[in-house]
Design a protein around this ligand. Structure first.
Ligand code: PGA
Length: 215
């Protein structure tokens, strides 16, 4: 199984989301060996869920999740409120850690919240110094200098980091950082990378579909 995670980050308005989805809907052909996980901004999660709930091998994910369960926390989006619509959530993305100053402790609380509500964490690490909580199934290696820069990491370096991370054999190991339809082949040559978090290249639905179809 390979996983393609489209992380739209803070991009797209409703018209753009509708257009993206329309093309995806018309052109996507499900294959049992590829899982597609779409992570739109929060306001579009329920819309994508309604549209895609019956499409095989397509799932909705959140880009982040609150460390808090519920209560008087204006603006927070919790696992409790997303449960039932999303199957996955990204946790620990470097943009959360760096821009929003989230700590390792925050990531642990978020992981607990996600799991409590049946949401599978996709846990991002910048390197081996970002500690991975226990019982994490999906780990994504995301070197900061590769994210959004066009400087994708070489397969060799990715596999070196995989060794250093010393993951259990059941871990689904992902890579994220400037993956696009051109450089994808380098990674798919190896069985050791089980999927990708795709930011910039997921915004264009046609490129995203070409990536999905080439796996
Ligand atoms: P990018 O983002 O593909 O735009 O580099 C990847 C990520 O943030 O994981």
């Amino acid at each position: 199984m390979r996983y393609v995670i489209g992380n739209w980050k803070a991009n797209k308005n409703f018209d753009e989301v509708r257009a993206w989805l329309q093309t995806f809907f018309n052109s996507y052909r499900s294959r049992s060996e590829v899982s597609v996980i779409l992570c739109p901004p929060y306001p579009f999660i329920s819309y994508l869920y309604e549209k895609l709930v019956s499409i095989e091998n397509v799932f909705i994910g959140a880009q982040a999740i609150s460390s808090i369960e519920s209560g008087s926390y204006t603006g927070e989006v919790t696992a409790k409120s997303l449960a039932g619509m999303i199957c996955y959530t990204i946790i620990g993305h470097s943009e959360r850690r760096i821009v929003f100053k989230e700590t390792n402790d925050d990531q642990i609380q978020k992981t607990l919240q996600a799991k409590k509500y049946g949401i599978e964490p996709i846990y991002c690490v910048r390197d081996e110094k970002d500690l991975i909580p226990e019982n994490i199934k999906f780990v994504s290696y995301e070197p900061v200098y590769s994210i959004g820069t066009g400087q994708n990491e070489s397969l060799e370096k990715i596999l070196e980091m995989k060794k250093v991370l010393n993951l259990s054999k059941d871990t689904v190991f992902l890579y994220g950082g400037s993956v696009n339809e051109e450089n994808l082949k380098e990674y798919t040559a190896s069985d050791e990378v089980n999927g990708f978090i795709i930011g910039g290249a997921s915004l264009d639905v046609n490129q995203f579909l070409r990536i999905v179809n080439s796996l």
